[in-house]
Design a protein around this ligand. Sequence first.
Ligand code: C2O
Ligand code: CU
Ligand code: CU
Length: 479
Amino acid sequence: KVYSDYFFDEPAFNTHDGGYVPLEVAAAPARPLAIPPLLKPDKETATDLYYTVTAQAGETQILPGAKTKTWGYNASVLGQTIVFPVGKHIHVHLQNHLKELTTFHWHGLAVTGPYVDGGCHAPVYPGETSDIDFTLDQPAATTWLHAHPCPSTAEQVWHGLATLALVTDDHINSLPLPHDYGVNDIPLVLQDRRFHENNQWDYRADYDPDGVQGPTALINGTVNPYFDVTTQKLRLRILDGANRREWRLHFSDDLPFTQIAGDSSLLAHPVTLTHLMMTCAERAEVIVDFKDYKEGDTVTLFSDDVPIVSFRIHVFAPDDTTLPADLLDVQAPLPDPAMPVRKVVMSGMDEAVAIDGKKFNMQRIDATQQMGQAQYWDVTNTNTMHGGMVHPFHVHGTQFLVVSRNGHAPYPNETGFKDTVGVNPGETVRLLVRFDLPGVYMYHCHIIEHEDGGMMAQIQVIDPAEPNKTYKLMDMDTL
Ligand code: C2O
Ligand code: CU
Ligand code: CU
């Protein structure tokens, strides 16, 4: 079966938003797609792995002419790709070379909150450093690092503070997938920006409380990118790294592709699609098979009707590997039948956004859950189909399963673990959520301006061995 729709409710697509900024093809030459280099460890032993991650400001040649002032991790924009093998003891030395406070949030990693997790309670002040360490016990996944200081997450991500962090394990490494990073295993970080005078980005000028957008697609920081295809199959690790934009992806010729992974794990089974919609912060890994193309052909990836990446086909060796019918044995943690269902309500638009009728307060714990206990969360978007929007709901420190959408089966590409789920207007999405580590974790809409605008709350996960543990929480005034 080949699915050919976007699954989400069409009347809620961002194109209907009054403030929607359509993508346009930039009047700029085609350039090779930037492939972020893999971050070299400072040191590696059989058991431990050491990295340094530096948030820094720089300048990047994105368009012809003036360089753009940008921020990045170990790079002038975005960052180097970090690899975290499951089971290794990872040490990360965080350095802030910016002129303002930042935080280093590991979106999708199962690490303790609120400090290692790097949300707003873990500031690294300008010129300072911080050290974290953790050992991952989670499925292989494409996760990411981004800044998360409240309430300027959106602005810092807009400047470029976002990079990929690949969680690897023996299971994924044993599968017949493209594994050669930069050759047939390619990240695609999808973002959009407006270039102002002298090719500069101007967050304040473009500000919109429903999410900042720009007309120019920026893929791994490249405008009008092309990629030279030298293998029959490509694995694309796609991240919606935009502040606001949804991406509705499809190839020229409606070339089908196979999704193998979502945010936080492989899917249970591969799903073949011709169209894929991604909401902010979601990830998808897809395999594209160019068997019907030959040297000299070009295959184009579009979002809606705008080309965003060209794949230039070169000679390749035939590749007859097939994907296994089962990619991951997804074990659903069973909730205690006596456990009540947690209700979470996302409401409003613009400045009126809220969770459970409240704005975020850094000092308030909004909910608690016992460590290791699974619970259903019913997450409702009370926007109406008339001018309402899809709110991408994200939870820190967990990998959840999507159980149902308004009582119906979730979308066919939601069979794996996720950490972000797009909730349509008028919809209640039931999630199965379990936290395996104690701490304080944020949950929020991942339209980043909504999160900064208060559509965010936090939950304390209680370790039964330490039920009265408290955490030092920042507040806006101490920042
Ligand atoms: Cu992508 Cu609170 O995070
Ligand atoms: Cu997160
Ligand atoms: Cu939202």
